[in-house]
Design a protein around this ligand. Structure first.
Ligand code: SF4
Length: 600
């Protein structure tokens, strides 16, 4: 870091990565006057950073937590009851409200008042270091804008905690740095749970045009006069053409599959053929639609609403669709959202490139193979280090069993029964808090339906976050068995110290779904690095398995056993060298826990 380099560190769960990252950034910054930005994925990770900062108790550190207006603007939540609003429209909404307040209309935003700039507000932020949620409540109770208060306090802050989604938006990030008064070169960025970075960046770069969006744009068009974009073509006519083109493509190309890859020009060409129009006419229609969308946004703004327009979003996506970099993106047609086309980003390094202007600390319990991580994210020139496992070896056992598999062509009735029998016998005989991770909801549902006691808890697809947290809290108090999905909300980021979790069963290797996007990533990395399988399949699978095993041990006294019920686990021995073959899973698990109890 002192040599202006970036560093990537893999360190086991429970080894104190958060405090290590913070102290490294603070110490490397001594007398250098840089600012530190700590990026996290979830609120619970933010809370952990706050707790560590409180425990460091360094009075020279002035830290604040910031999130986007969608989480920190109480006014828009009061006025808008439904819909998600993008950062651009909320920023415009806020500017308009603040301008009115400055012109004397105090009611335009009653949260934007003198308290935002009052020293006592900054003092509260720096001394209490509230979470974003806590400060939101504080703001509503004290009638002050949480977002603007944090923005005002920024000038005095030398450490900011923010979500990835906030900073990976290039426009938002630049505005935020501008307010903070920091250039990218003056920044040290800590990337927490950095193994998520490739997927976060892919998602942030990708965009989709769904028939749901077209429908909502159509409704909005009607509400705002359905103007004639060209002779005899109204805005709703264009929406119908777009919707029909997507549905025709689905009918002609997709067959029984969920999604297929298409060419970007397929949209334009099919629109042109079906509607006898030239390429130029198509381009002009989109441009006129964009102007109409801007008009609608303006009208909403005049009425005091958030100036978000579905017509504007749709036309922007249609324009981006025409100029997308086909080296890095693929076009995917799918049945999701009642039919959609998606520009899917294969290479996350494009979006992450601006981060290279700062010094970065990439931290995670699961970055290995670290060269794959660095190549995928575009940080090839970073220093890296893997901190070895530091807790007593005998406290953790990882084994795999070859008598079962969820491999597609072998997971028939007999295969499912064998897996069921193993899980049933292990969960009924091992009286320890246990999580069974399934590779998908389909496998989970199938095995669960074969019969388990009613007190087995299940992470179902449609559980709300609060229901999930309630279930987790029950489980932590001694819930015995919980069924969850690999890569889901429980598999990462949740801590289960002590005996809250002692046994993990991985019921099938969590390979990525072999869909069109996955195939594109595979081909892309095969072309770029000559290692498509390692980059697109092995790497994300290893990360998931190690994350699940990582739930077990948080400190030197924790004990834990992981049993992988899939014969394909042997392909991962190179990445999980401590993993041993088990011939008799139940016996091996009982032996481990008996020995652990004896030692304790
Ligand atoms: Fe929302 Fe604050 Fe802007 Fe008012 S000043 S619109 S409360 S972000």
């Amino acid at each position: 870091l002192k040599k202006k380099q970036s560093v990537a560190i893999e360190s086991p769960t429970g080894s104190g990565k958060t405090i290590m990252g913070l102290l490294s950034a603070i110490r490397s910054n001594e007398n250098q006057g840089k600012k530190i930005l700590y990026l996290t994925r979830t609120n619970s990770q933010q809370e952990q950073v706050i707790n560590e900062l409180r425990s460091i108790g360094n009075r020279d550190i002035k830290a604040v937590v910031i999130q986007g207006r969608s989480n920190m603007c109480p006014l828009y939540r009061e006025l808008e009851t439904e819909g998600e609003f993008d950062s651009e429209s909320l920023s415009r909404f806020c500017s308009m409200r603040k301008k009115k307040v400055m012109e004397g209309d105090k009611d335009a935003c009653h949260y934007f008042n003198w308290k935002v700039r009052d020293p006592s507000t900054s003092q509260y932020l720096f001394s209490q270091l509230p979470t974003a949620e806590e400060f939101y409540i504080y703001g509503t109770e004290n009638n002050l804008c949480p977002y603007e208060s944090v923005k005002f306090a920024l000038k005095d802050a030398n450490l900011v905690i923010a979500p990835y989604a906030f900073f990976l938006n290039y426009g938002v990030a630049n505005r935020f740095l501008n307010h903070w008064g920091v250039s990218r070169e003056e920044l040290i960025i800590i990337l927490d749970e950095a193994h998520n970075l490739p997927d976060l960046a892919r998602n942030a770069s990708s965009f989709r045009i769904s028939t749901n969006l077209v429908n909502s744009a159509e409704k909005e068009s009607l509400d705002y006069g359905d103007i004639e974009l060209m002779e005899r073509i109204r805005s709703t006519d264009l929406m119908e053409m777009i919707r029909n083109t997507i549905m025709d493509l689905i009918r002609d190309r997709i067959g029984e599959r969920d999604e297929v890859r298409i060419k970007f020009q397929d949209l334009r060409e099919n629109m042109m053929i079906a509607n006898s129009m030239s390429s130029e006419k198509y381009g002009n229609l989109i441009t006129y639609l964009n102007i109409f969308g801007e008009y609608i946004a303006g009208e909403k703004e005049k009425k005091g609403h958030v100036p978000r327009s579905s017509v504007f979003s749709l036309s922007n996506y249609l324009m981006s669709w025409e100029t997308v970099d086909e080296e890095k993106f693929v076009a995917v047609l799918s049945k999701q959202r009642n039919g959609q086309i998606e520009a899917f980003c294969m290479d996350p390094s494009v979006l992450l490139n601006p981060l290279r202007e700062s010094r970065t600390i990439h931290m995670s319990g699961t970055l290995s193979p670290i060269d794959v991580y660095l190549n995928v994210t575009g940080f090839q020139d970073s220093s890296s280090r893997v901190i070895p496992y530091m807790f007593p070896r005998e406290n953790l056992s990882v084994m795999y069993y070859e008598g079962t598999t969820t491999k597609y062509d072998e997971f028939d009735e007999g295969g499912a029964s064998r897996l069921y029998e193993q899980i049933r016998s292990l969960t009924s005989a091992i009286h320890r808090n246990t999580i069974v991770f399934f590779p998908s909801y389909n496998v989970l549902d199938r095995i669960y339906s074969m019969g388990f006691p009613s007190d087995v808890m299940v992470e179902s697809r449609n559980k709300t976050q609060s229901d999930l947290m309630e279930m987790i809290s029950k489980f932590r108090k001694g819930g015995r068995t919980l069924f969850a999905v690999s890569g889901g909300r429980i598999a990462e980021g949740m801590n289960f110290p002590g005996n809250q979790l002692e046994f993990v069963i991985i019921a099938g290797i969590p390979y990525p779904r072999p869909d069109a996007k996955q195939d594109s990533i595979y081909r892309y990395y095969d072309r770029v690095f000559g290692k498509g399988w390692e980059y697109a399949v092995t790497y994300p699978t290893v990360i998931k398995i190690k994350q699940e095993i990582g739930r077990l041990i948080r400190n030197e006294t924790d004990i834990g056993m992981a049993m992988i019920l899939d014969k394909r686990a042997r392909y991962f021995k190179k990445y999980i060298p401590e993993m041993k073959l088990s011939q008799t899973p139940l016996q091996d698990c009982q032996d481990f826990f008996m020995e652990a109890a004896r030692r304790q």
